[in-house]
Design a protein around this ligand. Structure first.
Ligand code: NAD
Length: 256
């Protein structure tokens, strides 16, 4: 018996990067996987790679109607949802004199609001099925602030708090809520991060990425699969007595 056999998972931001690796790992563990993303074509490509276990869902996690329609489409196809991964996230940095209210709303709407309202949308389905597992995406940036990154860091700290409150609220329904806090993971997001740090720290492109990889105690940047495998564990019955936790998946960068 595979670890997620018979389960239905919905992964936001599943089209690429860490989200795609989670979709692949969940399908390999036996789950049916809804690949939910803004990027319609990439979501379709990821879902197609999963064969009959994959389904693409066009979803914008900042749009309540879009979340509700996406969840309903998965329920219609597979009867309900057992696992939700709130992986969709965006990064942007700015010094305090350059922070805009528009960017504040954008990052909070995706990273914080997207997490809260996707949970709201799937909980009725999980309750009907007698339980579930939710995995939220924080970051090492949620463990510790960083100069010029006030918006992103604070959204990721909020995700740790959301995880704790939701875990307590949903424990009686047999729904476990945990988070992961990745360190530096080689995905398309890091192209954005590297380019922005290059500007702020006056470094050639690629240098920041090299430096952060070399500084990791385990000696390298993470690969998306390094984060996906712990997400299989957290979604599985092996983690049945774990809730309200944020698991660092960062090669040793943060200790708690
Ligand atoms: N890469 C890292 O080093 C790192 C480190 C810590 C935490 N994280 C977190 O991990 C998660 C995945 O990051 P990644 O590096 O794979 O990023 P990525 O940019 O490569 O992928 C993010 C995915 O989310 C989707 N997305 C963005 N906004 C969306 C929206 N409004 N609705 C639906 N989908 C949306 C994108 O289309 C994309 O497919 C994010 O929450 C990120 O903050 C990443």
């Amino acid at each position: 018996m595979k670890r997620l056999e018979g389960k239905v998972a919905l992964v936001t931001g599943g089209a690429r990067g860490i989200g795609r690796a989670i979709c692949e790992a969940y399908a390999a563990a036996g789950a049916n996987v809804a690949v939910a993303d803004l990027l319609e074509d990439d979501a379709k490509a990821t879902a197609e790679a999963l064969g009959a276990q994959g389904m693409a869902v066009t979803m914008n996690v900042t749009d309540l109607g879009s979340i509700i329609r996406g969840v309903a489409a998965v329920e219609a196809e597979w009867g309900g949802i057992d696992i939700l991964v709130n992986n969709a996230g965006i990064f942007n940095m700015a010094s305090i004199d350059k922070v805009t209210h528009e960017d504040y709303r954008r990052q909070y709407d995706v990273n914080v609001g997207g997490t809260i309202f996707a949970i709201q949308a799937v909980v009725p389905s999980m309750k009907k099925r007698g339980g579930g597992a939710i995995i939220n995406f924080s970051s090492q940036a949620g463990r510790r602030g960083e100069a010029n990154v006030v918006l992103y860091c604070s959204t990721k700290a909020a995700v740790i708090s959301i995880t704790q409150s939701m875990a307590l609220e949903l424990a009686g329904d047999n729904i476990r809520v945990n988070a992961v806090a990745p360190g530096v993971i080689d995905t398309p997001m890091w192209d954005v991060v590297d380019a922005q740090f290059a500007e702020y720290e006056n470094k050639p492109k690629g240098q920041k990425k090299r430096e952060v990889g070399e500084a990791v105690p385990l000696g390298r940047m993470g690969a998306p699969a390094d984060v996906a495998d712990p997400c299989v564990f957290l979604a599985s019955d092996d983690a049945r007595y774990i809730t309200a936790q944020t698991l660092n998946v960062d090669g040793g960068n943060w200790m708690s």
